[in-house]
Design a binder for this molecule. Structure first.
Ligand code: PEP
Ligand code: MG
Length: 588
């Protein structure tokens, strides 16, 4: 029977595929296809891991002190029994042979099937054995992670398995850093149970440009491993086991959106100029230097936001040193071929914690409210040597192209002073070491209401500002952007938010300083006219959004639009009313 699961749309389009349920702790397990001739090798890896774990458990049993409670030995027996159970190993082989999954992926897939069976057991004792099974699988995965096997390149997988059923990932949650693993991966869509529309996980999902729904609370309960599902990324709905008619309708929509995409693509090389001749700068948001080529092909005329914190994630606390960072920043600058690149210093904290090992993560765990805690520039100023290391790497990379440094979440003038002092010290250190560096422009993210209200003072210290609407909305409305329970209150149309944005743009323009919007509003064509009307001439967004926003720009007449701003700002109730008031002033 077909059922629907509702969540929030975060990345547009339609994905159709078989569900792949993955527990949050295992999303970073390697997922790749193996050709038939390699299946035996994968089975061998599985066997070796099983033998190693059996030996490990055997040794634990042998070394148990005589006074150890009998339950411990019994528990280890259970682990051994689970390890040798056909339901685990034989069935895992099936995933390898029939579905061509690598051993880790096959094992995780089988674990999800068995975990579901355990959940449904009536007997409490048996139900609780699920935790034991998970521990056994974790041990097996750990062994396989160190057996020296190397995953083939992603492009090779796509070539070899173009005929396989497409897959859709269903998880309780996926951390932003784990989401990065899925770049160019086998999944054609994502569903998560938690998360908000502008959580960093959602932003990375959008950057992968594949349909996604977050906050679908019932997903893992209602969707089973291998079910056929349709993700409607525009409506935020997941349809499980769709009927033939529904499936056909979605396939039709899929084809339509591909055609639309191809049509928009043709705008790539068209300059973004409004009907009344205003040139608009459309920039790209990227997470890693490897994203720069996509930014160029999207038609973006530079990078408006490189979220450098992604270089610091997925590394088990082993943070990149100055040289490694320098190489990454230089790679981004060179890949953009002379176009400007704005690199934001690390925005660690809130929903992007570092791995467990680091000192900061330990601190993070003790924060009562990470979104209001030691995050972004606060974190950098609390880790002065790491901050200077990043600044030195950025300064060095600026010798290779047009680099601009952006500081996140600044709220106090004292933070600006401390930041500029750190930069001065970083320059002195480079001078002393005889290292070359180039000129850089400096900018502040305006993403805390305090910064928007203090914009005049802030502008005296910076060359440019960039409005981070994702956080500006979060902090103005006191809504945790990653919490689906309050996501209905996360409203970009709220007049308080619009007032702060308008004020920032107007004051920056008056001061002759450049101002950009780099939050998700910049990439949403529903806001293009309004932002243009407010005087914004620079937008930074995910590369996949550039063409749609450009289409909007090409149809806009900023002189006619400007009159609508006062009406929108004056609207008491936001959302629909404000949108309508504004639409009334739009010429077409
Ligand atoms: C923002 O807050 O709008 C922004 C662009 O930064 P991030 O989404 O990385 O917090
Ligand atoms: Mg932000």
């Amino acid at each position: 029977m077909s059922i629907q699961v509702f969540g929030m749309p975060v990345s547009r389009g339609v994905a159709i595929g078989r569900a792949m349920l993955v527990a949050s702790s295992r999303v970073d397990v390697a997922h790749y296809y193996v050709p038939a001739e390699r299946a035996e090798h994968e089975i061998q890896r599985l066997r070796q891991a099983r033998d190693a774990v059996a030996a490990e458990i055997g040794a634990l049993q042998r070394d148990l002190p005589a006074e150890a409670p009998a339950e411990i030995s019994a528990l280890l027996d259970v682990h051994l029994m689970l390890l040798h159970d056909d339901a685990l190993i034989l069935a895992t082989k099936h995933w390898i042979v029939e579905r061509h999954y690598n051993a880790e992926w096959a094992l995780s897939a089988q674990l999800e099937v068995l975990a579901r069976q355990f959940d449904e057991m009536e007997d409490d004792y048996l139900r609780e054995r699920k935790a034991d099974l998970e521990q056994v699988v974790e041990r097996l995965l750990r062994h396989m992670a160190h057996d020296g096997d190397v995953a083939p390149s992603l492009s090779a997988q796509a070539r070899d398995f173009a005929g396989e059923d497409p897959l859709v990932l269903v998880a309780n949650d996926v951390a932003p850093a784990d989401m990065l693993h899925f770049k160019g991966s086998v999944f054609t869509g994502f569903v998560t149970e938690v998360g908000g529309r502008t959580s960093h996980t959602a932003i990375v999902a959008r950057s992968l440009d594949i349909p996604a729904v977050v906050g679908a609370r019932e997903a893992s309960r209602l969707i089973r491993q291998d079910d056929w599902v349709v993700i409607d990324g525009d409506a935020g709905v997941v349809i499980v086991n769709p009927s033939a008619i529904v499936l056909e309708e979605y396939r039709f929509r899929q084809r339509q959106s591909e055609l639309e995409r191809a049509r928009l693509n043709r705008l790539r090389h068209t300059p973004a100029v409004t009907l009344d001749g205003e040139a608009i700068e459309l920039l790209a948001n990227i997470e890693l230097p490897d994203d720069a080529p996509t930014a160029v092909t999207s038609g973006a005329v530079g990078v408006g936001l490189f979220r450098s914190e992604f270089l610091f994630m997925n590394r088990a606390g082993d943070l990149p040193d100055e040289d490694e960072q320098f190489e990454a920043y230089r790679a981004a600058v060179l890949a953009m071929g002379g176009l400007p690149v704005t690199i934001r210093t690390v925005d660690i904290g809130a929903d992007k914690p570092l791995e467990r090992m680091s000192v900061s993560e330990l601190r993070h765990e003790h924060q009562l409210n990470p979104a209001l805690g030691l995050r972004a520039i606060r974190w950098s100023l609390a880790e002065p040597s790491m901050f200077r290391q990043q600044l030195r790497a950025l300064l060095r990379a600026s010798a290779f192209g047009k680099l601009r440094i952006l500081f996140p979440m600044v709220a106090h003038v004292s933070e600006i002073r401390a930041t500029l002092e750190a930069l001065a010290r970083a320059r002195t250190q480079l001078d002393e070491a005889g290292r070359a560096y180039g000129p850089v422009e400096l900018g502040a993210m305006i993403e805390v209401p305090a910064a928007a209200l203090m914009i005049d003072q802030f502008l005296t210290h910076f060359d440019f500002v960039s409005i981070g609407t994702n956080d500006l909305i979060q902090y103005t409305l006191a809504i945790d952007r990653a919490d689906e329970a309050v996501s209905h209150l996360y409203d970009p149309w709220h007049p308080a938010v619009l007032h702060l944005i308008e004020h920032t743009i107007r004051r920056a323009n008056a001061a002759g300083k450049s101002v950009c919007v780099c939050g998700e509003m910049a990439g949403d064509p529903a806001f293009t006219d309004l932002l243009l009307a407010m005087g914004l001439r620079s937008f930074s967004m995910h590369p996949s959004r550039v063409a749609s926003v450009k289409q909007r720009v090409l149809r806009a007449d900023t002189r006619r639009l400007a009159a609508g701003v006062a009406r929108v700002l004056g609207a008491e109730s936001p959302s629909a009313e404000a949108a309508l008031a504004f639409a009334g002033s739009v010429p077409n």
